[in-house]
Design a protein around this ligand. Sequence first.
Ligand SMILES: CCCCCC/C=C\CCCCCCCC(=O)SCCNC(=O)CCNC(=O)[C@H](O)C(C)(C)COP(=O)(O)OP(=O)(O)OC[C@H]1O[C@@H](n2cnc3c(N)ncnc32)[C@H](O)[C@@H]1OP(=O)(O)O
Length: 327
Amino acid sequence: MSEKVSNETSDHSMDFAVPAGSGALAESHDLRSILVTSVLNLEKLDIDLYRGTHHWVPRSRRLFGGQIIGQALVAAADSVGENVFAHSLHCYFVRAGDPKVPVLYQVERIRDGRSFSVRSVKAIQHGQPILICQVSFHRDQPSPLQHQFSMPSVPPPEDLLTVEELIQGYLSKPDLAEKAKQGLTKLLADEVPIEIKPVNPPDIQYRRVREPKNLFWVRARGHIGEGDMKLHRCVAAYVSDYSFLGTTLLSFPGQRANFVASLDHAMWFHNIFRADQWMLYETESSWAGGSRGLVQGRLWRRDGVLAASCAQEGVIRVSTVKTDSKL
Ligand SMILES: CCCCCC/C=C\CCCCCCCC(=O)SCCNC(=O)CCNC(=O)[C@H](O)C(C)(C)COP(=O)(O)OP(=O)(O)OC[C@H]1O[C@@H](n2cnc3c(N)ncnc32)[C@H](O)[C@@H]1OP(=O)(O)O
């Protein structure tokens, strides 16, 4: 891959930054992103058969959807040529992933054409599918037909606080309720291999109703580099499922979700990008109802190029809580 992504003001001192509370990540001082050294580094068992292990598991104790999609994409991408890139994927999460056992990825080569190749991937645990995923790959083809929306104008990531810094700020508030303190402390201890800088940090104390729209800078922790540009799409697949469905809940600060799970996930990749450099994730929920919510997202390179679009529907079951609660 000869095309290079414009270099951002590279602050890879951030690679050394100790993520607050994240034990293993902090201790390793590893410059390379754990996403590429571990999570997306699948073991090849046979032709078109792979095994993936887990890194961070959400508090729900079901496997993180982004991890399963990212791994499925790694498996699918291994069966196409070097200069053939995924342009879209469509997945259904059909069963909860079990964090106690690895996941097998079985790739089926559906079709290889001159321009497009299609793969179907089944992620399997205990002999049953947990995810079914179709991925389409496209050989790069120039076109005079081009357009895209404009990236929203937001402060640069250097001017914003990380989620960890925001949480430290919330925790220093003397009137924070004990339950909130416990929840935030747990969140701080999570070893999520993603760095996030929200543009409009949530007001956790007064929980104002917001439009179901969110903007945050996001990137993989650690360095990935330009050796394998296909890998950045797999990392983006991982990243895109984190803090996505939550957009639906922004308009309902009085509701606490007691069951949230992504049902499906779709992505379209438009341009080359590096997922270890800051990207703006613009998310919005166009609809919620019937215990489900729909979200759409756009991942922008910081130079304003639209890198990818995403969509997801999830199941959201809520129980009403008082709006003046301090979490
Ligand atoms: C700005 C930056 C801020 C950063 C801060 C962010 C902080 C945290 C971010 C965390 C991010 C986490 C990301 C989470 C997203 C995910 O990864 S979700 C994981 C991926 N998706 C899945 O695992 C879903 C897999 N699919 C399924 O599990 C099933 O398909 C399904 C459960 C969706 C299907 O459900 P169903 O057909 O109903 O199956 P059942 O087996 O029958 O039921 C399952 C349980 O649901 C209960 N249930 C069913 N129907 C109802 C109902 N109508 N009402 C209430 N409850 C119902 C059912 O009883 C089962 O419950 P139990 O398991 O028995 O308890």
